[in-house]
Design a protein around this ligand. Structure first.
Ligand code: BTN
Length: 247
């Protein structure tokens, strides 16, 4: 029997649950896994300053506050891996072929089902708190702006899912994986690599020098993606330094 999370603040509408959670964590001492979720965001934020598209009431849009003070700053990518794995695990209960596209997009086949935006409040030596923002496409079946979207419903013949149930499953999974960060971080890193999108598959990428073919062979502890090109050179990239060419 799993715990039921009641520490959930539900808002009909908000600009962004991440903004709300950042402000809350800054001004109040809230317990770990306090969650803010909403039916609609007017300024939902994605990575790279993009807008996060989501129809009113159809998807999960939420932010979870944690205080990972035990994670060293140079190890902070493990939180991203932990969250990505947790979303992957939950999507995999309902869909086949679920992977994590580096650094933390969740894919079903070649389509994106969920995105993650983690924002950290850092002090000199550690992370004061993190806001883990997640957009998981649940019941939406048509999209206008996202390049390659999918949802749980689209992957299941337009079946309707109970969002609240999916959120509870996720929060349980996140708690389990979050505890592993201290007790068994290797398990997080290994499972992340096991489920990495396009790992060891030849693919076209582009970097500052242009297009090239290579295979993803590893992700370093600091989060750098390692791509081995066709000449056997290992190239290492931080986020935004390399693009996957959609085929
Ligand atoms: C991405 O671009 O892949 C990340 C998307 C993250 C979207 C979620 S929705 C809930 C939370 N609030 C936001 O403003 N963004 C995140």
């Amino acid at each position: 029997m799993h715990e039921r999370y009641n520490n959930i603040i539900e808002l009909k509408e908000i600009s962004s649950t991440n903004d709300y959670a950042m402000e809350l964590a800054r001004t109040e001492s809230v317990p770990d896994f306090t969650t803010i979720c909403t039916d609609f965001q007017s300024k939902g934020r994605g990575q790279l300053g993009n807008f996060w598209e989501s129809n009113r009431g159809e998807n999960l849009l939420f932010s979870v506050i944690v205080h990972p003070r035990e994670i060293a700053l140079k190890e902070q990518f493990i939180l991203s891996q932990c969250v990505a794995l947790s979303v992957r695990d939950i999507v995999a209960l309902f869909c086949e072929n679920v992977t994590v596209k580096w650094p933390n997009d969740i894919y079903v086949g070649n389509n994106k089902v969920a995105g993650i935006l983690i924002e950290n409040q850092l002090s000199q030596k550690h992370i004061e708190f993190s806001v883990i923002g997640i957009g998981l496409n649940v019941n939406q079946t048509t999209f206008t702006s996202a390049p390659n979207p999918t949802s749980l419903s689209l992957e299941n013949d337009k079946l309707h899912f109970d969002k609240e149930e999916v959120l509870q499953l996720f929060l349980n999974r996140l708690t389990e994986n979050y505890n592993l960060i201290c007790s068994n971080p290797k398990q997080i890193r290994t499972r992340y690599l096991d489920f990495l999108y396009l790992k060891n598959v030849p693919h076209i990428y582009s970097d500052a020098d242009g297009f090239f073919e290579g295979k993803i062979t590893n992700v370093e502890a600091d989060g750098r993606l390692v791509i081995t090109d066709t000449y056997g050179n290992e190239k290492k990239y931080y986020f935004k330094e390399v693009q996957y060419i959609l085929m």
